[in-house]
Design a protein. Structure first.
Length: 171
């Protein structure tokens, strides 16, 4: 496996943590991903490496800006894929986007089924309580309040990580 995939792995781990913990992918991270990707590919491939990285950035941004305009993604997710494109190139990034969107659709479908079907929602609440008991934490929601919850969004990183892993597998 090429070194830039290890760089991508570290980049995605940090992005996953930030997105799940703070619901935000910071600019310092996305800019760092772009800069590191550009520097790495320029150092290893000179002008060809620069073009490889720039093409990954531009195409990733172009594709995801369309999803951003339809409010399907946040700006941080768009910039995240600019970094992925800079590190791994256009082709890898496009496949990563494709698989991530497919995984996000499946996650969304599962959440709709769970939060629309009351018996499943009750089962999820019971699992939630068991996990809290194991972790020795206090419940944030009462049963009634939990049953009223509606999922509107989830961190896109939940879909990006499996999407990138699928891309790595098939790439």
């Amino acid at each position: 496996m090429a070194i830039h995939f290890y760089i991508l792995f570290v980049y995605l781990l940090i992005a996953f943590y930030m997105d799940v913990r703070y619901s935000k992918i910071p600019n310092w991270l996305t800019i760092s991903g772009v800069v590191v990707g550009l520097l790495y590919h320029v150092a290893t491939g000179l002008i060809g490496g620069l073009l490889f990285s720039l093409l990954g950035i531009v195409i990733s941004l172009f594709v995801l800006i369309l999803l951003y305009l339809f409010k399907a993604l946040s700006a941080g997710d768009v910039k995240l894929f600019a970094g992925i494109g800079a590190i791994s190139g256009m082709e890898f990034s496009l496949y990563g986007i494709l698989y991530s969107v497919i995984v996000a659709g499946l996650i969304g479908l599962i959440l709709i089924i769970i939060f629309k079907v009351n018996p499943l929602k009750i089962l999820v609440y019971q699992i939630y309580n068991k996990v809290l008991i194991i972790l020795k934490k206090e419940a944030k929601y009462t049963r009634e309040r939990f049953l009223e919850l509606k999922v509107k969004q989830f961190p896109f990183m939940y879909a990006v990580i499996p999407g990138i892993l699928i891309t790595l597998y098939y790439f």
